[in-house]
Design a protein around this ligand. Structure first.
Ligand SMILES: CC(C)(COP(=O)(O)OP(=O)(O)OC[C@H]1O[C@@H](n2cnc3c(N)ncnc32)[C@H](O)[C@@H]1OP(=O)(O)O)[C@@H](O)C(=O)NCCC(=O)NCCS
Length: 158
C-alpha cells in the first residue's frame, strides 16, 4: 500500500538533500555544465532556507522523498530583473499523475504569499499546460541556453 503524501521543508542538514539534488542535477545539470554533481549539491543545499526566499519543499511518502519544488531568488541568470522564481519542480516517474507536483506548487505559492510577493516566475520548455491549469500565465517566449522556453508569471493574492 502506498503511503499518504506529506510536504516538508527541506533543511540544509537533512539526509535527503543529496537525494533531491541528484534528481535535479540529472534533470537540469546540462543547463549548468560548470557544476559537478558535488558543487550542484552544495549550491542546492544553500537554497534550503528556513522560511521565505529561498525555500525547498519535499513531498514524502512515509520516509521516502518522491518530489520537490523550490522558491528561489534567481533561476535564469540572463533575467535578474525577474524575482523570485518557482524552480526545481520534479516528481519521481512512478509517482507522477497523482497531483503531487500541483500540491508542491501550491505550497511554494503559499510561501511566496507569506513573504509578501505579488508576482513570481518560472520557466519551462514543455510543462506550460500544467502551470496554466494552476493559474500561471505566459509572460515571454525566449531561447535560454539553446532551448526554447516560456517564462510564466503567477499573480499572488495575499
Ligand atoms: C512535470 C512534473 C513535475 C509533473 O508532476 P506530477 O506530480 O505528475 O504533476 P501533477 O500530478 O500535479 O499533474 C500532472 C498531471 O496529472 C493530472 N493529475 C493531477 N492529479 C491527478 C490525480 N489525482 N489522478 C490522476 N491524474 C491527476 C493532472 O491533470 C496533470 O495533467 P496535465 O499534464 O494534463 O496538466 C513531472 O512530470 C516531472 O517531474 N517531470 C520532469 C521534470 C519537469 O519537467 N519538471 C517541470 C519543469 S518546468
Amino acid at each position: 500500500m502506498q503511503h499518504p503524501i506529506t510536504l516538508v521543508r527541506l533543511s540544509p542538514d537533512s539526509p535527503h538533500v543529496a537525494t533531491v539534488a541528484s534528481w535535479t542535477h540529472a534533470e537540469w545539470g546540462h543547463l549548468n555544465p560548470d557544476f559537478t554533481a558535488d558543487t550542484w549539491r552544495d549550491a542546492f543545499r544553500r537554497e534550503c532556507g528556513d522560511g521565505g526566499v529561498p525555500s525547498v519543499f519535499v513531498a514524502m511518502a512515509g520516509d521516502q522523498p518522491v518530489g520537490t519544488a523550490a522558491l528561489m531568488a534567481e533561476d535564469m541568470d540572463t533575467r535578474p530583473d525577474l524575482t523570485p522564481w518557482l524552480a526545481s519542480v520534479f516528481v519521481l516517474p512512478e509517482w507522477r499523475g497523482q497531483g503531487i507536483a500541483s500540491t508542491l506548487i501550491r505550497r511554494v505559492e503559499e510561501e511566496a504569499v507569506a513573504c509578501g510577493v505579488d508576482y513570481f516566475y518560472l520557466f519551462t520548455p514543455d510543462q506550460q499546460a500544467l502551470y496554466r491549469r494552476l493559474g500561471w500565465r505566459d509572460h515571454e517566449e525566449l531561447s535560454y541556453r539553446g532551448e526554447d522556453v516560456t517564462i510564466m508569471r503567477r499573480q499572488l493574492e495575499a
